[in-house]
Design a protein around this ligand. Structure first.
Ligand code: DAK
Length: 259
């Protein structure tokens, strides 16, 4: 693996993105290597927790590799992002082995999206987080719109996404985007402390718990649609009873004419 470093200590697997001169930006090869490393770690019965971090002091991941983006055709870009979504971001979110993101610096765009795919996030107080995608004419397309709203609520997610600005680790902590903030020197030890605590518990139960939490969030959005349909119908019935029929006929005509 050229772009990542894999280490193991006792039952903890460390995956470090190692492109510090590019602020650990996610290019195609890095996404593929990460995907393989996560899959292998999840299949290894001896590994009970994974810590993901970035090398160097400056960045966790400064987003998708925008230099690489420039050479893609629209078709290639679409295919790459669809593949990346399934092979890395959703993969990580659905692993049975818990993944802790140790955010040591910039976590931007796809970098923050990958951190949000992890099960637990810890940040150094120097970290800066943000989703600058709309400033580049795209949307956070690796699950960021969904996962951010789940973590911090719709209003805050909207502000972060629509302003494309950066927030500090402390702000991220206050809104629940990261679980803990540490001094830079204490980041890995805090992540390891949590990983060791996880290692004491039943891996099977942990895998099932992750599945249950994820399934609950998926059902919620489906449930929302299910709930709104009958509600719409009921409301419509109530309104219909009060509004004269000729109004609905003219309204429907107006819609047909304008569509
Ligand atoms: N990609 C490639 N190289 C990057 C990079 C990136 N994202 N970020 C930084 N670098 C490189 C810089 O080009 C520079 O390299 P050299 O020029 O020295 O060769 C080196 O890293 C150091 O960066 P700076 O010199 O800029 O360092 P500064 O301290 O001055 O600034 C910074 C740090 C993080 C504020 C700045 O580097 C920066 O703004 N970087 C870009 C951040 C960014 O915009 N990231 C992309 C986010 S968009 C989708 C799926 C996914 C996505 C979109 C759609 N679909 C499914 C549709 C995801 C999009 C994104 O991630």
């Amino acid at each position: 693996m050229e772009n990542i470093i894999i280490d193991t200590d006792e039952r903890i697997r460390y995956i470090t993105i190692n492109r510090p001169e590019q602020l650990n930006a996610l290019n195609v090869e890095t996404i593929a290597e990460l995907s393989e490393a996560f899959q292998l770690s999840d299949e290894d019965q001896d590994i009970r927790a994974i810590i993901l971090t970035g090398s160097g002091e400056k960045a966790f991941i400064a987003g998708a590799d925008i230099k690489e983006f420039a050479d893609f055709t629209i078709g290639q870009g679409k295919e790459l992002s669809a593949r990346g979504h399934e092979t890395l971001f959703n993969l990580v979110a659905n692993l049975q082995t818990p993944v802790i993101a140790a955010i040591n610096g910039y976590a931007l765009g796809g970098g923050l999206e990958l951190a949000m795919s992890c099960h637990i996030r810890i940040a150094s107080d120097r970290a800066k987080l943000g989703l600058p995608e709309v400033s580049l004419g795209v949307i956070p397309g690796y699950g960021g719109t969904q996962r951010l709203a789940e973590l911090v609520g719709k209003g805050r997610a909207m502000e972060i996404i629509l302003t494309a600005g950066m927030i500090s680790a402390e702000e991220a902590h206050q809104m629940g985007l990261v679980n803990h903030v540490t001094f830079p020197s204490g980041l890995m030890s805090r992540a390891e402390e949590i990983a060791r605590q996880i290692c004491k518990n039943s891996p099977r139960a942990i895998g099932l718990a992750i599945k249950a939490v994820n399934a609950g969030l998926m059902n919620k959005s489906r449930g929302y649609q299910k709930e709104s349909k009958p509600l719409e119908k009921r409301l419509a019935q109530r309104i219909l009873r009060k509004v004269p029929l000729h109004f609905w006929k003219s309204a429907r005509l107006h819609l047909q004419e304008t569509n």
